[in-house]
Design a protein around this ligand. Structure first.
Ligand SMILES: NC(=O)c1ccc[n+]([C@@H]2O[C@H](COP(=O)([O-])OP(=O)(O)OC[C@H]3O[C@@H](n4cnc5c(N)ncnc54)[C@H](OP(=O)(O)O)[C@@H]3O)[C@@H](O)[C@H]2O)c1
Length: 326
């Protein structure tokens, strides 16, 4: 039987990582393309998923048997705070259309992508899969988090009413090639890589927003892509699953900055702008369920992954999403 795997958000950070893994892992291997598979990486140019008719047209064109749903309105802390309704509404529309059409078009399996932002602000750490709905999310990403939480609610409803094989993944902070490296709107790693690159190139000050003290778990996009491929083949449970490095792999923003300075080869001094907001201090997530289910996984060492993205960023500076064309 031939399978068609449609990846929504195929041009984004995670979509491009999936494409990389599918193209580079040996055919037939655990994370490689299977001989009976066709992979489609859709972008917003193939259809605006906020629109039901365009979503249906996309599914009618490719007739996917499986969907990895990554498309979302994604942004950093400041954009999330400024555009709460847009983040709520666009993501609700995108998700509702993709889930509904996956059901009506009889897709066999759908994996959607949540985020650790969905978890309550006041919660006992570490985060685990049972705590998603146990309190309001952090105020800074209220819109995005509520839209994402609804995917889990809908997955359960589709399963109960129609027996659909829908599930969701919860990655921690992702970084990789093809990320958004915009200086104003990027997540912390791509923003720091870009700033550090400019500081080295132009001899400008390298200023890190915040205190450098918050702790985060980061997952390299190529590792995350492999975990999505594992889910596609081996994880058939409606309950979400956290895709992350272990809790003992938490790093401070200062440690991240030091590693970026090394990877970029920046030899000047840097400073912290403590007038800028830090966001949540820490939100460690447990990857216990993942490790139990997958039976072990080799994550790329953090510094090795940083070297890969810095090299990619330098080589692709003219085409990377840096905000300069916006
Ligand atoms: N980045 C992170 O650190 C992080 C962490 C946890 C979870 N996630 C989740 O991971 C998933 C992938 O994120 P990402 O970082 O890869 O995002 P990204 O780089 O911002 O890419 C977003 C993707 O969604 C597509 N898209 C956006 N709006 C669309 C629309 N209305 N119709 C059709 N396609 C649309 C974009 O297409 P165009 O390129 O054509 O605009 C692009 O392919 C998302 O669900 C996100 O919530 C991300």
């Amino acid at each position: 039987m031939s399978n068609v795997i449609l990846v929504t958000g195929g041009s984004g950070l995670v979509g491009k990582a999936l494409q990389h893994v599918i193209e580079t892992e040996p055919v037939g291997s655990r994370f490689g393309k299977q001989p009976n598979e066709t992979w489609i990486f859709a972008t917003s140019a193939d259809g605006d998923l906020r629109d039901p008719a365009q979503t249906l047209k996309l599914f009618e064109k490719y007739k996917p048997t499986h969907v990895i749903h990554l498309a979302a309105l994604v942004g950093g802390l400041f954009k999330n705070m400024k555009y709460k309704l847009t983040f709520l509404r666009d993501n609700i529309l995108i998700n509702d259309n993709v889930l509904h059409v996956s059901h009506t078009q009889k897709t066999t399996k759908l994996i959607s992508c949540l985020s650790t932002c969905v978890f309550p602000d006041k919660v006992e750490y570490p985060l685990d899969e049972d705590k998603i709905h146990s309190g309001p999310p952090h105020e800074s990403n209220f819109g995005y988090a509520h839209a994402k939480r609804m995917v889990d609610v809908q997955n359960h409803a589709y399963k109960e009413e129609f027996g659909c094989n829908f599930t969701s993944a919860i990655p921690t902070n992702i970084f990789g090639p093809y990320d958004n490296y915009d200086l104003e709107d990027a997540h912390v790693i791509p923003a720091l890589v870009h700033k550090c690159y400019l500081a080295k190139k132009n001899g400008t000050p390298f200023i890190v927003s915040g205190t450098g003290k918050p702790l985060r778990q980061f997952i390299f996009s190529w590792d995350l892509a492999k975990l999505f491929i594992w889910m596609l083949r081996e994880y058939d449970d409606v309950e979400p699953i956290i895709l992350s490095v272990g809790e003992d792999e938490e790093v401070s923003i200062k440690e991240v900055t030091d590693a970026i300075v090394k990877a970029v080869g920046f030899e000047g001094e840097y400073s912290f702008d403590t007038s800028r907001a830090d966001g949540q201090f820490r939100k460690p997530a447990s990857n216990k369920k993942l490790l139990e289910r997958i039976g072990g996984f080799q994550f790329t060492p953090f510094e090795q992954a940083l070297d890969i993205i810095v090299k990619w960023f330098v080589e692709n500076y003219d085409t990377a999403r840096t905000g300069k064309k916006a």
